[in-house]
Design a protein around this ligand. Structure first.
Ligand SMILES: NC(=O)CC[C@H](N)C(=O)O
Length: 308
């Protein structure tokens, strides 16, 4: 299978549609991104890298960061995190607040905003916010095996100034006694993790441990156990695209996590880690072209967790 030719083909056939979808503008800094950007990166478990389009340009990974903070929180607190957050699809928007009240301050899963804020609170345990942000950045560099991964401070500040709904969610959690730190401290970390800037190539490298039973093949380091890698993949499949998770599983058939910056990380277990980026979003807040590109890639490669 000529993966590079497949990627080039997909890139060329979708290129005329660059700019489709709606760029997220509720975080003002994200509205400045060129809507025509389109990049793809596939890194196979044997370390081969295939790139197409704007695959080397860093973009705001936003909610994709939730996969990595979940991994850190599990490393730090183990299965005890499930006292604070559930493992069920939410069936509602990523920033929805209603369910949180009905369900006593236990967010449905770690990937909707409320759940991710609860997870960040756990990552913050024993740290100052600055230390926690440092830990997250170091973890991303360790996973991608690259030292130049940074947080885009303008994006972090932009969300800090306008993230009223996230403040509401965090305060709501706190009112139920489900947040150990003050809302502004937790959100300080959360906005910075969301503002991590990675290229498709770096993101695919960072996610590779999930495609390789928990071991990062680039470094040989075991990041998580085999079982934990499977479980994170399971959560990505069921919850990684919010209320579009069922559709993504149907069309792509791989665990994936999206972000409002227009990125998607997808995992083909035993095969490869894939990152795509196109800023225009569909109605569920997931990259429109990115989802299509992954659907085409899965069809062309035969990669699916649902059978050969
Ligand atoms: N879906 C997303 O990527 C949302 C992340 C964004 N930082 C927010 O909290 O609104």
């Amino acid at each position: 299978m000529d993966l590079q030719a497949i990627l080039d083909d997909i890139h060329d056939s979708l290129s005329p549609r660059r700019g489709e979808g709606r760029v997220a503008d509720y975080i003002p800094q994200l509205a400045h991104v060129d809507p025509k950007k389109f990049g793809m990166a596939v890194v196979t478990v044997d370390g081969a890298v295939h790139l197409a389009g704007d695959a080397q340009e860093p973009f705001s990974i936003q909610s994709i960061s939730k996969v990595f903070t979940l991994t850190l929180a599990l490393g730090k607190h183990g299965e005890a995190i499930w006292k604070r957050v559930g493992r069920e699809p939410s069936g509602s928007a990523f920033n929805s607040i209603v369910q949180l009240e009905y369900e006593g301050g236990i967010p449905r899963n770690p990937f909707i905003n409320a759940g991710a804020i609860a997870i960040t609170d756990l990552v913050l345990a024993g740290h100052t916010p600055k230390e926690a942000i440092g830990e997250i950045v170091r973890f991303m560099r360790y996973l991608a095996d690259e030292d130049d991964i940074i947080v885009d401070q303008d994006v972090a500040r932009s969300e800090q100034a306008t993230g009223f709904r996230n403040f509401a969610l965090a305060n709501f959690l706190r009112s139920f006694g489900k947040l150990d730190h003050a809302a502004e401290l937790v959100l300080g970390v959360y906005f910075h993790q969301c503002a991590l800037a990675l290229s498709c190539r770096q993101l695919a490298r960072a996610g590779l441990f999930l495609a390789n039973s928990g071991i990062n093949p680039l470094t040989g380091h075991r990041v998580v156990s085999h079982l934990r890698a499977r479980r994170i993949n399971a959560l990505m499949l069921t919850c990684g695209h919010y209320d579009g998770s069922g559709d993504f599983a149907y069309r792509v058939g791989l665990p994936g996590k999206s972000g409002v910056g227009g990125g998607i990380l997808a995992v083909a277990p035993g095969k490869a880690s894939v990152a795509v980026w196109s800023p225009g979003l569909n109605d569920n807040g997931n990259s429109l072209l990115g989802s299509l590109a992954l659907e085409m890639l899965a069809a062309r490669t035969g990669w699916s967790i649902f059978g050969a």
